[in-house]
Design a protein around this ligand. Sequence first.
Ligand SMILES: [Zn+2]
Length: 100
Amino acid sequence: MKQRKIPLRKCVACQEMKPKKELIRVVRTPSEETLIDLTGKKAGRGAYLCGKVDCFKLAKKSKALDRALKVSVQPEIYDQLEQDFIRVQDEFLSGRGTLE
Ligand SMILES: [Zn+2]
């Protein structure tokens, strides 16, 4: 099977390598906010998670975002991100083919 070169990124929760567009980026902005970046273009240190809430929960449990973003992410930030994650999940999945 012929394969195109697809940029792969690793999910910080389950450690799987996946095409970038199948992952949701979480970014630590220069203004020290931690948020979900659906555009993938925000400035700051980024961490990638599979576009499913299971991986987010795993990241929350194992504090994978703390390690990936090299900051300590407060539990309430995880809670906030989890809510955002659930909210964007549908949008992300439905918009997937049209990104890029
Ligand atoms: Zn994952």
